[in-house]
Design a protein around this ligand. Structure first.
Ligand code: GTP
Ligand code: MG
Length: 545
């Protein structure tokens, strides 16, 4: 296909391959879980069903992605560990991270009803994720020790806190009672005041977290004539609880974590070195004062659209659903100033001075892709009331920085040119197929054709002059979502009328390649940024006058 003059924008994309011998961990944790758990009235400090739902999602991730071989979760987080030499999407960090968090989010929505049959899912759940690299088994061991230590200390603290609150103390009083208390003090408090034996009475799932891993099981497929069984080994997802998942013994017992996938642990660690914890928390930040684009793209949507019998080449309802999700993203993330979507992809432009998650790439990408995925899954029925969702939709995502508004416009023009080229080709292709040609004949008919020839084919096949121009603009131009001003005339007290304006979200199908659109909407890429303030905010100084 022809290259457009805008293709140069691809050179702003950076490679984020995670080199060997690093073992890859993706840690997923709920975004704004406090609000989500309050809205859904989760029990405190632990809601068994909510944890069960997290475990179910982890199961689904292990079943979906063969290279994820072990996971550990507690509260609102889960860590997924890939086999050592995985080539999953050639080890590209943002791709791996976004696919996992997206699949996890869609699963959370679909499994909700089975686990909470009495509760409606009132808002889209979303998760943040980051990638952690472990250069050696010692580092991986230290990571697991660190997470399980967090699980234990948080759970013990929260168990005490909520017992105190339930006994009549205010939150502040309960916090004050626990300030500076040691592990033994908390156990003592639980036992003396509430007759709770922490180890015996609190379920393992709360105290130790949950491991989900793959193990090999042997199934008897059939019996031979002589009665001898024919066996086949199969990978099965297994759930276990253990006091110390970072111990040499635990790791050795799990044959699935054997040498070829992950090495053995050396010794029992009893402490994680602070420099390791620092490396687990490290996050790379996107360059200041640049437009950030988060581009998401449906994973295997070719198959997804076939399974759900989307109309070819464009299914208006499928595109409307994508647009509804993009609108939801703009409502949720106020730093997104513009979005452009076509087919199974959407690009979200964040304002130049955005400080969302301190511009941490993985946090931004994961939040957007996760929120989009769960919204897509939640709202499917609204757009396809007659169609059952047979496969989970999930998306990959990446963040790219563009330094000027000229370049960001070129980026968007690149996507719109792509939309046009693909749509023109696909419209011809499917009309040829519908006219009785085989797919390969249609392909060879179109090989090397330019715009006028394609238009001729379309006009000939349909008998309509300038057929392409009669297609819905959403198919030819894609969809743009942005905030606009709406002015309404309202009656005033003097008997006249005054204009009142408010911001509204608009879904348009406009030509964004030509300058006219940007001249008509100068507020979208308004570069009036207080540079001093944005730099101060990036340095964590928000208390400026
Ligand atoms: P990956 O993104 O690499 O996982 O592959 P993919 O299968 O998602 O393909 P890609 O993203 O390159 O292209 C999107 C695909 O989604 C198209 O090729 C179509 O097969 C399908 N698709 C998207 N929108 C529609 C639609 O409205 N109707 C139909 N029938 N298919 C669509
Ligand atoms: Mg795709």
């Amino acid at each position: 296909m022809a290259n457009s003059k805008y293709e140069y924008v691809k050179s702003f994309e950076v490679d984020d391959e995670i080199m060997l011998p690093n073992t890859i961990i993706v840690r997923v944790h709920a975004r704004d879980f406090c609000r989500f758990s309050e809205v859904h009235e989760f029990e405190k400090p632990n809601d068994k069903k909510a944890l069960e739902l997290m475990n179910e999602c982890a199961n689904a991730v292990l079943e979906q992605f063969p290279d994820v071989i072990f996971s550990y979760g507690f509260s609102d987080e889960y860590s997924f560990i890939f086999k050592k030499e995985t080539k999953f999407y050639q080890r590209r960090g943002s791709k791996i991270l976004s696919l996992i968090v997206s699949f996890f989010s869609s699963t959370y929505v679909t499994k909700w009803r089975a686990i909470f049959p009495q509760k409606d899912l009132k808002c889209a759940p979303s998760f943040r994720a980051r990638v952690i690299f472990c250069a050696s088994m010692e580092v991986l061991q230290a990571y697991l020790l660190w997470r399980q230590y967090e699980c234990h200390t948080n759970n013990q603290y929260n168990t005490c806190l909520w017992q105190l609150i339930k006994s009549g103390k205010s939150k502040e009083e309960a916090q004050a009672t626990l300030r500076g208390s040691l592990k033994q003090d908390k156990n003592e408090l639980l036992y003396q005041c509430f007759n709770i034996n922490y180890k015996k009475d609190i379920p393992e799932m709360f105290r130790q977290g949950t491991c989900t891993l793959k193990t090999e099981v042997e199934d008897i497929v059939k019996y031979k004539d002589d009665g001898f069984p024919v066996k086949r080994t199969r990978r099965k997802v297994l759930r276990v609880h253990s006091e110390n998942i970072a111990s040499k013994r635990f790791w050795k017992e799990k044959s699935c974590l054997s040498k070829e996938e992950l090495d053995q642990f050396c010794d029992n660690l009893n402490k994680t070195r602070p420099e390791y914890v620092k490396s687990f928390q490290y996050e790379s930040r996107l360059m200041l004062s640049t437009w950030i684009v988060v581009r998401i793209d449906g994973c295997h949507f070719h198959r997804f659209s076939d399974i759900h019998e989307f109309e070819k080449p464009n299914d208006a309802q499928a595109l409307n659903l994508m647009n509804a999700c993009a609108v939801a993203v703009l409502e949720e993330f106020r730093d997104v100033v513009f979005a452009y979507g076509v087919s199974d992809e959407y690009s979200f432009v964040l304002k130049k001075d955005s400080q969302l998650y301190q511009r941490c790439a993985s946090e931004i990408v994961s939040s957007v892709v996760s929120f989009f995925s769960s919204t897509y899954t939640m709202r499917w029925n609204e757009f396809f009331p007659q169609k059952e969702m047979k496969h989970l939709p999930y998306f990959d995502g990446r963040a790219v920085c563009y330094p000027s508004s000229e370049i960001i416009k070129d980026y968007l023009a690149w996507r719109q040119v792509d939309c046009h080229i693909n749509n023109h080709y696909n419209t011809c292709f499917w009309l040829l197929v519908k006219s009785g040609k085989s797919k390969s004949d249609a392909q060879s008919d179109l090989k090397g054709t330019q715009t006028p020839e394609k238009n001729e084919i379309l006009d000939r096949l349909t008998g309509i002059l300038n057929y392409y121009s009669t297609l819905p603009p959403m198919f030819c131009l894609g969809s743009s979502v942005f905030w606009d001003k709406e002015t309404k005339m309202v009656d005033n007290e003097e008997g006249g009328a005054t204009g009142k304006s408010r911001r509204i979200l608009v879904v348009g199908h406009c030509n964004i390649i030509e300058t006219g659109f940007w001249e008509a909407h100068p507020q979208i890429l308004d570069e009036k940024v207080d540079r001093f303030k944005s730099v101060q905010m990036a340095n964590g100084k928000n208390d400026l006058p």
